[in-house]
Design a protein around this ligand. Structure first.
Ligand SMILES: [Zn+2]
Length: 216
C-alpha cells in the first residue's frame, strides 16, 4: 500500500469509528450519570437489550466515563448509574484508591477510548476507610492499600472532633485520590487543563442509593 493510500485508509477508519462512537463531552457524560442514578434511585430503570449490545460492541468500545470505585459489593457502577455494556470504564479497588495500576488503566481509557469524564466514587460506611481510621493488624497487602488512604485520615483527624470520622474521611479520600490522579499523571493533568477532560468526585449513600457529585 502506498503511503498516501495508507493515510486515506487510516483517515477513513478514524472518521468511521468516530461516527460509530461519537465522543461525549465531560458535562454531557456527567448528565448521563446523574440521570442514570436518578432512575436507579426511583426504580424506573431503562430497558436494556444486553444481547443486542454484545453484538453491537464486539468490534470496539467508547465508554463515555471512567469510574474509579470501591470494590464494595453494594456499589457496582453499572447498576447504580443504570448503564449498559460499553458505557463505563471501571476500575475497582477497595477504598477507590489511585494506585499506579489504577492510573494506568484510567490513562488507557482517556487516551485510547476517548473517555472525557473521570469520577472518583467513594461510598458511605466504606470498610477500607474504616480500617484506615481504626488501625489494627492487617496483612501486608492490605497495609499497602491503606497506605493510599492514610493521608486523608491524617487530614481528617487534624480538624479535631467530628461526629462521624469515617464519613469525613470518605469525603477527604475522594478529594485525595483526585489530587493523586493529577499529581501522578501528566496525561490527565494536560487533558484537564485543555478542557477535554473533567475529573469529579462522588459519594454513594448506602442507605438511599443516591450518588452525590462534588467538585465540578
Ligand atoms: Zn468501600
Amino acid at each position: 500500500m502506498t503511503k498516501s493510500r495508507f493515510k486515506l485508509v487510516l483517515f477513513l477508519i478514524i472518521v468511521s469509528s468516530s461516527y460509530l462512537f461519537p465522543q461525549v463531552s465531560p458535562d454531557e457524560a456527567l448528565k448521563f450519570l446523574q440521570s442514570g442514578n436518578s432512575r436507579f434511585v426511583s426504580g424506573k430503570l431503562d430497558k436494556k437489550d444486553l444481547r443486542g449490545e454484545v453484538k453491537n460492541l464486539q468490534n470496539g468500545q467508547s465508554p463515555y466515563a471512567v469510574i474509579l470505585a470501591c470494590s464494595d459489593s453494594r456499589v457496582p457502577p453499572e447498576l447504580v448509574f443504570d448503564e449498559s455494556l460499553g458505557k463505563l470504564f471501571i476500575i475497582r479497588l477497595a477504598g477507590n484508591v489511585a494506585t499506579p495500576e489504577a492510573i494506568g488503566s484510567i490513562e488507557y481509557a482517556v487516551d485510547h477510548l476517548g473517555s472525557q469524564l473521570i469520577v472518583v466514587l467513594g461510598h458511605s460506611k466504606c470498610g477500607a476507610i474504616s480500617a484506615a481510621v481504626n488501625g489494627g493488624e492487617v496483612t501486608p497487602n492490605i497495609e499497602k492499600l491503606l497506605h493510599y488512604i492514610a493521608p486523608a485520615v491524617k487530614e481528617a483527624k487534624s480538624i479535631g472532633e467530628v461526629p462521624d470520622l469515617v464519613k469525613v474521611c470518605v469525603d477527604m479520600n475522594v478529594k485525595l485520590q483526585i489530587k493523586n490522579l493529577f499529581a501522578h499523571s501528566q496525561l490527565l493533568e494536560e487533558k484537564a487543563a485543555s478542557g477535554s477532560l473533567k475529573i469529579v468526585g462522588g459519594v454513594y449513600e448506602l442507605s438511599t442509593g443516591q450518588v452525590k457529585i462534588s467538585g465540578h
